[in-house]
Design a protein around this ligand. Structure first.
Ligand code: ATP
Length: 294
């Protein structure tokens, strides 16, 4: 190898070392509200952070702030200030348990569809400029199949759909999966049964959803286990704490730690150059209002 070949490959090696690696982005969504989506997002984030990962948790409910309430945080700035161009995402970051970084949502009425072209560009730019070194971004979406839910889910590489045995939860989860599949070409989602009394109940929930989804849609569902119904989780919510942090021996906390291990093995987006590139590109492509290049 000539000297110039050698220094060329050294330079490429150094660039790779310095280049930020792609961030894993996981959306937590549910269709129906109140099934435990925010509990899952918060506890998965904290459990991954306890495993040594650098985790950011985005409260993607643009209308109702949930994460900061669940963790007893009092943010000064939130996502609506970022969208309005009044501050950067770094300014909004507020530290949660185990060092997770939370991007709080606003509590005003806000829908992705209501964002002007300039606001949409501002949101995308804010994420592309985020400087924090990061392993995983978890997005707690709003309930329902609102535009923001679909956009954030589509922009994530992994989608967790939280369901309970409540028939309405199954129906709403199916409606959400249908939109993700038919309108956004999503072909794979993870199903997490929550508030279940037994492994058998979890299996039935998963089988029911899979039977319908795989019959009528071109999608593969994978079961990622379940979180048991747990009074310790309720107690943690009342104390505005994450159960994995406040009551690590609780059955739900054990399940969240197992889920964190599963998520850690999901791998990174293929082809993305670094940081949140994958997420940002798909945010733009997914839902650009008129006038914004997709
Ligand atoms: N595994 C569980 N065991 C016992 N209770 C639970 C469990 N998961 C959630 N809950 C209860 O359900 C309540 C609602 O949970 P959470 O706020 O996480 O739901 P959500 O789906 O995010 O709701 P929203 O649609 O309002 O955002 C919690 O306050 C808690 O009391």
């Amino acid at each position: 190898m000539s000297h110039s070949d050698h220094s060329g490959s050294q330079a490429a090696g150094l660039r790779r070392l310095r280049a930020p690696k792609p961030v894993q982005v996981v959306a937590v969504t549910s269709g129906k509200g109140g099934v435990g989506k925010t509990s899952v997002s918060v506890n998965l984030a904290v459990a991954m952070a306890l495993d040594g990962k650098r985790v950011m948790l985005l409260d993607g409910d643009l209308g109702l702030a949930n994460v900061d309430v669940m963790l007893g945080l009092q943010p000064t700035y939130n996502l609506s200030h970022v969208i309005a161009g009044e501050c950067t995402i770094d300014d909004t970051l507020i530290e949660g348990p185990a060092g997770i970084m939370v991007i709080p949502a606003s509590s005003g009425k806000r829908n992705m569809a209501e964002l002007s072209g300039a606001e949409h560009v501002g949101l995308v730019r804010a994420f592309s400029e985020l400087q924090q070194p990061l392993d995983t971004l978890i997005v707690d979406t709003a309930a329902g199949i609102a535009d923001s839910v679909i956009t954030f889910s589509h922009a994530s590489q992994q989608i967790i759909v939280v369901v309970t045995s409540d028939p309405q939860s199954l129906t709403d989860a199916y409606a959400l999966i249908k939109v993700l599949n038919r309108e956004r070409g999503i072909h794979r989602v993870h199903v997490l049964a929550n508030q279940v009394q037994s492994p058998r109940e979890a299996r039935e929930i998963y089988d029911n959803l899979r039977r319908v989804a795989e019959r009528f849609l071109d999608i593969t569902l994978s079961s990622i286990g379940f979180i048991p119904h747990d009074e310790w989780l309720k107690r943690a919510v009342r104390r505005q704490r994450a159960v994995v942090d406040a009551y690590p021996a609780a059955t739900s906390a054990v399940a969240f730690r197992a889920l964190a291990k599963t998520a850690a093995n999901w791998g990174l987006p293929l082809g993305a150059r670094g940081n949140l590139e994958f997420f940002v590109e798909r945010l733009v492509a997914g839902d650009a209002p008129a006038g914004v290049p997709a």
